[in-house]
Write a protein that binds this ligand. Structure first.
Ligand SMILES: [Zn+2]
Length: 447
């Protein structure tokens, strides 16, 4: 280890429900590289995301706080809060940091590049010659086949991360390397051999399944249960494809004898709806289909893993990594809204609740794509949501006063709203949410 501090590799699989990975109950051998890692890691079985789509989730994971505190969300899509980001904290502590993402939200336009001298969301001038060639091939393929092929982007993404490790990383310092893949984000269009492993769909049948949330949510596109099953299997195929490339990154670290000097985190940013609650993809709700994500944490030199069932939050990651890297910054720690995961495991004292927030969704694309749906969209989805989740229940506060309450033990699919049947419990959880809201200074843009 450099200066006694571990390297850190964080890999985020976008839009990934736990069920896409074998180590969370997916089909055996679906994701062998992630599974091998998980066998030696803490696998958090109930990890809760702070929001419902990439940008506010990533801003929260990077700052260790919820959107109403850091102020970055759909109504203010820029992380300009005075609180430092993970990359800024680790840079300050002597780490060499870099971020590679094939997701346009993770870059300068949102402030999520803060603290990363190298923050490539794979823009043309930032990639190597070899990877420019791959991107060109990807574009030509898309033009010729009219099939968007993300697989070229995954090759470029991992290729860029490897190039940075081999040629750009300042080896006198430990690294913090952030890799974020959209391979698992809809549209799910895995390479043919992966599609065939998981479905019997032909390429034409695959293309015939609607993957546009605007058309489904507005009722223009009808989808069957079989369509949703097939989509979920295509998600597994994409996870399997990404796993193959992720394995190259792990093997490089292993061959360089660096794996045992490195903390490896694999996580989802949020999940996806596959038709549940009348929704497709993510955003617009705070049900567990979006909030429960994989979270795997392998420590340097670990040989045995542990499955952790109590609820934790992905905003717990920053305090956990600071603790593991022995970074003491009391002024940073005092503001964090997560807490050290390993401390929770060690003491058995887990947070009683997890908070998630969703601000008013951007309506522009809906107005353009499905203008006739806008009255219904505004009535149902133009609202702020806050979720106060315990290990057994969820209270969903809505700015349009249509609050919801679910018993997560009896009704894990959150289909039976108990808000009228259990007024006292709803009141208790609502009080808990209000106490939380009063416990910190809010960013200037709040509702
Ligand atoms: Zn995402």
């Amino acid at each position: 280890m450099r200066n006694g501090r571990p390297n850190i590799l964080i890999t985020v699989l976008d839009s990934t429900r736990p069920s896409l990975l074998s180590c969370y109950g997916g089909p055996p051998s679906n994701t062998p590289n992630i599974d091998r890692l998980a066998e030696q890691a803490y696998v958090f079985e109930t990890a809760i995301a702070p929001s419902a789509h990439t940008w506010p989730v990533t801003a929260s994971v990077f700052t260790g706080m919820l959107p109403s505190k850091h102020g970055g969300h759909d109504e203010h899509p820029l992380l300009d809060s005075p609180y430092p980001t993970m990359a800024e904290v680790f840079s300050q502590a002597g780490y060499d940091t870099a971020s590679f993402a094939d997701e346009s939200y993770i870059g300068p336009k949102t402030g999520l590049d803060r603290g990363f001298p190298v923050a490539s969301n794979l823009r043309w001038h930032q990639v190597t010659l070899r990877n420019r060639l791959l991107k060109l091939i990807g574009r030509a393929h898309r033009e010729l086949t009219r099939a968007y092929q993300k697989t070229f982007e995954t090759r470029v993404l991992i290729g860029e991360a490897l190039y940075w490790l081999k040629r750009r990383w300042d080896r006198r310092r430990p690294f913090l390397l952030y890799v974020h893949t959209d391979e698992t984000h809809m549209p799910l269009l895995p390479p043919a051999q992966f599609r065939r492993r998981f479905t019997s769909l032909s390429a034409r049948q695959k293309r015939a399944i609607n993957q546009d949330k605007h058309f489904f949510v507005s009722g223009i596109a009808r989808m069957s249960d079989e369509d949703f099953r097939n989509l979920h299997e295509l998600g597994r195929a994409e996870a399997a494809f990404f796993d193959e490339w992720f394995g190259k990154l792990l093997r490089y670290l292993d061959h360089q004898d660096m794996l045992d000097d490195t903390i490896v985190v694999v996580m989802g940013d949020h999940g996806d709806n596959y038709g549940e609650h009348g929704l497709l993809r993510h955003g617009l709700c705070l049900y567990d289909t979006l909030l429960r994500v994989p979270l795997i944490l392998r420590l340097p030199g670990a040989r045995a893993g542990a499955r952790i069932r109590p609820m934790v939050q992905t905003v717990d990651l920053l305090p956990t990594l600071m603790s593991l890297a022995s970074i003491s910054a009391p002024e940073v720690s005092a503001e964090l809204q997560g807490s050290d995961l390993l401390e929770q495991v060690r003491t058995g004292c887990y947070s009683d609740f997890a908070i998630s927030e969703s601000y008013r969704p951007v309506s522009g694309p809906w107005e353009q794509i499905v203008p006739q749906f806008m009255p219904e969209f505004r009535a149902k989805y133009d609202r702020v949501l806050r979720s106060y989740r315990t290990n057994t229940h969820k209270f969903l506060w809505s700015s349009n006063d249509r609050h919801e309450l679910y018993d997560l033990v009896r009704d894990p699919r959150e289909e039976c709203n108990l808000i009228d049947a259990e007024p006292q419990l709803a009141c208790e959880l609502h009080d808990g949410l209000n106490r939380w809201l009063e416990s910190f200074s809010h960013a200037r843009v709040t509702v």
